[in-house]
Design a protein around this ligand. Structure first.
Ligand SMILES: Nc1ncnc2c1ncn2[C@@H]1O[C@H](COP(=O)(O)OP(=O)(O)OP(=O)(O)O)[C@@H](O)[C@H]1O
Length: 309
């Protein structure tokens, strides 16, 4: 792992009306590091990832990638420079085939490498598409070969369905396609938002194996995940959030055993989501909405997940 972080987020803040969903959060990830972000529902994890990857605009703070300021950069530009992400509920192009979804990732990468001279570059692109010289055909074939290789990472789940439209796939398979498309970007950093949400036990185990494989390749990965066993096994470092703030950070077992983290999962009975913008912690309760914790870790998972290393 290198000394310099690839990605650094400093003082990230996002308010929604009176709620501070992400409050002065600092985060850094080193090359080849696997960082997981955990926390109860409404802690601000997805909002934080949305801000880092350009899906949402922050009220304050900065993000740098390889030292370059990418604060509030548009998502397609983020993708071009190697910030690839998947979404909590999975997003694929339903009418495109598995292959074409993955090719979208490849094309984004190629586009980033091409000239962006106004007028001239688009005209050249159109001419090449019409004439299709040998170099273009070779490039397309190379991209298809690469896409097939990436799809093969998911074994027999996707390869037999490579020419099927993704709307016809199972939910789990659509999530696999989403990761395949992200990998086609050759990302500097791969951001996974609950990649196993809605999956059964065996699908979860399979996905964990694939993510472990990506980690073994030395990829830099940011993960949000409620399944703590998975977090414990995959992560180099864990950051726990609650009410928009980082409440604990460190080795997986340190964070898991941190009383503040246990309290965050067990101690709250009400939620307004983020910490009230006024800073008054009692105001959150005033919203008076029951905390939805359908897939949040429960007490048992803290003790089940590997004792007290
Ligand atoms: N677009 C939005 N408009 C208003 N409030 C929002 C918006 N997005 C998020 N929030 C609020 O911000 C807070 C943090 O939400 P966020 O989805 O980031 O939490 P989370 O930790 O990812 O939760 P979960 O684990 O349930 O996905 C919540 O109170 C949520 O209701």
């Amino acid at each position: 792992m290198s000394d310099q972080p690839i990605l650094t987020a400093t003082g990230i803040t996002r308010r929604f009306g009176g709620i501070t969903a992400v409050d002065q959060v600092n985060l850094h990830v080193h090359e080849g590091e696997f960082l997981s972000v955990i926390g109860p529902n409404g802690a601000g994890k997805t909002t934080l990832f949305n801000l880092i990857s350009g899906q949402d605009r922050m009220n304050g703070g900065t993000v740098t990638l390889d030292g370059r300021d990418i604060t509030n950069m548009r998502p397609h530009k983020m993708a071009e420079i190697g910030v690839a992400r998947t979404f909590q509920h999975g997003r694929v192009f339903g009418n495109l085939t598995v292959m074409d979804n993955v090719l979208v990732g490849c094309h984004t990468r190629m586009k980033a490498a091409r000239s962006s001279v106004p007028v001239v570059a688009p005209v050249l692109e159109i001419l090449k598409a019409l004439i299709r010289p040998a170099s273009v055909r070779a490039e397309e074939e190379a991209m298809r070969a690469e896409a097939r290789e990436i799809i093969a990472t998911f074994g027999e789940r996707l390869t037999p369905r490579i020419d099927n439209p993704t709307y016809s796939l199972s939910y789990a398979n659509r999530r696999r396609v989403e990761i395949a498309r992200a990998l086609a970007l050759h990302p500097r950093i791969l951001i996974l938002d609950e990649p196993t949400a809605g999956m059964n036990e065996s699908e979860t185990a399979e996905m964990q194996e694939i993510i472990a494989g990506l980690k073994a390749e030395g990829r830099t990965i940011l993960l949000i995940e409620h399944k703590l066993n998975m977090v414990m096994q995959l992560s180099d470092r864990v950051m726990a959030m609650d009410n928009g703030r980082v409440i604990s950070e460190g080795k997986p077992y340190e964070v898991r055993n941190d009383p503040k983290v246990i309290e965050a999962y067990l101690g709250h009975s009400t939620i307004g989501g983020g910490r009230p913008a006024s800073g008054d912690p009692d105001e959150g309760s005033a919203v008076g909405v029951a905390r939805t914790r359908c897939d949040a870790p429960v007490a048992g998972q803290f003790t089940l997940a590997g004792g007290s290393q």
